[in-house]
Design a protein around this ligand. Structure first.
Ligand SMILES: [Zn+2]
Length: 314
């Protein structure tokens, strides 16, 4: 039994919004509803790689085309985290991604999400940290404009991140944006070591100066990298079920989480995408013990790591 309250450091807004809410919003707006929405929005088995997995995460966004819709989505996502018994949640989203699917201005998306979080916090006492994502897929020229939108609402965010096609767009392209975000007092994390190998994690650490790494599981292929992460207390935001579904890990039993822990890396457990992966955080802690071979002490250590590595509680 874990004695530390659970904290989710890595949860995507788009991947957490409820299928039923998306359908309700789409129907009210008169948009055609997708056939077999759960198959479209939820990964029920292992998929053919990260990109098909991200498609499940991203697909519902285009059906929520109003600011009011994003406010509702954000409010419910926070309430769902409360219902799972979390001590705190860090929610991440890309304003530019939402713009690309809805034509809402990035600043309007941020304001809508902030409003939804505030509405939830009128009901429940749950610390929420927002993390602004820059999409890798927009390339090096897209980095600073995306950051500018995030910085236009600087106080809404605790940190920045990059996400998307890791194998196609190197972290180094985002170095100027990370330097600027750091100057503005934002904390730094980046998706790396999920769809690309240890070199991608090294790049996030060395070129972006990240304090945490999103996933980072392929660091287990490089003992020197694990040593570096352990020595500098750079936390990994691991999501076991997501990793199996996206192919970042071969199976639950072969997930590198044990190797990372044995090398002293500050591992945390997270949902990544509660709807798209069909998980809760408490479920992920169960999976870590029952299917990924972690001991009760390991799980307790991980729960403490998450509190320590949190941006919103720290
Ligand atoms: Zn993620």
């Amino acid at each position: 039994m874990i004695t530390v309250p659970l904290v989710d450091l890595h949860r995507h807004l788009e991947g957490a919004m409820r299928t039923s809410t998306v359908l309700d919003i789409a129907r009210r707006a008169g948009h055609p509803l997708p056939d077999a929405p759960r198959e479209r929005f939820v990964a029920t088995s292992r998929l053919a790689g990260l990109l098909p997995y991200l498609d499940r995460v991203d697909a519902p966004a285009e059906l929520v085309r109003t600011a009011e819709g994003w406010t509702r989505v954000a409010r419910e996502v926070v309430l769902d985290a409360y219902d799972d018994g979390l001590r705190a949640v860090e929610l991440r989203f890309s304003p530019w991604f939402v713009q690309s699917r809805t034509e809402l201005a990035p600043e309007a998306v941020i304001d809508a999400v902030v409003e939804g979080v505030a509405q939830a916090q009128e009901l429940v006492d749950l610390p929420v940290g927002l993390i602004g994502i820059m999409l890798r897929d927009l390339g090096p020229d897209g980095a600073l404009p995306q950051l500018a939108s995030i910085l236009s609402r600087r106080d809404a965010f605790v940190a920045i991140d990059i996400a998307g096609n890791e194998a196609g767009y190197p972290a180094g392209d985002f170095a100027p944006a990370y330097a600027k975000a750091h100057e503005a007092g934002l904390r730094l994390t980046a998706h790396a070591g999920e769809a690309a190998g240890p070199a991608s994690v090294w790049a996030a650490v060395r070129e972006l100066g990240v304090e945490r790494v999103g996933h980072g599981v392929r660091a287990a292929e490089d003992p020197r990298l694990m040593e570096h992460l352990a020595e500098h207390r750079i936390a990994l935001e691991v999501a076991i079920t997501s990793n199996v579904q996206s192919g970042a890990a071969a199976s639950f039993a072969e997930h590198p989480v044990r190797t990372l822990l044995r090398h002293g890396v500050q591992v945390t457990l997270n949902t990544d995408n509660p709807r798209a992966s069909n998980v809760t955080l408490s479920h992920e802690y169960d999976v870590a013990a029952t299917r990924a071979g972690l001991t009760a002490d390991d799980v307790e250590t991980i729960a403490r790591n998450a509190v320590e590595a949190s941006f919103v509680l720290g």
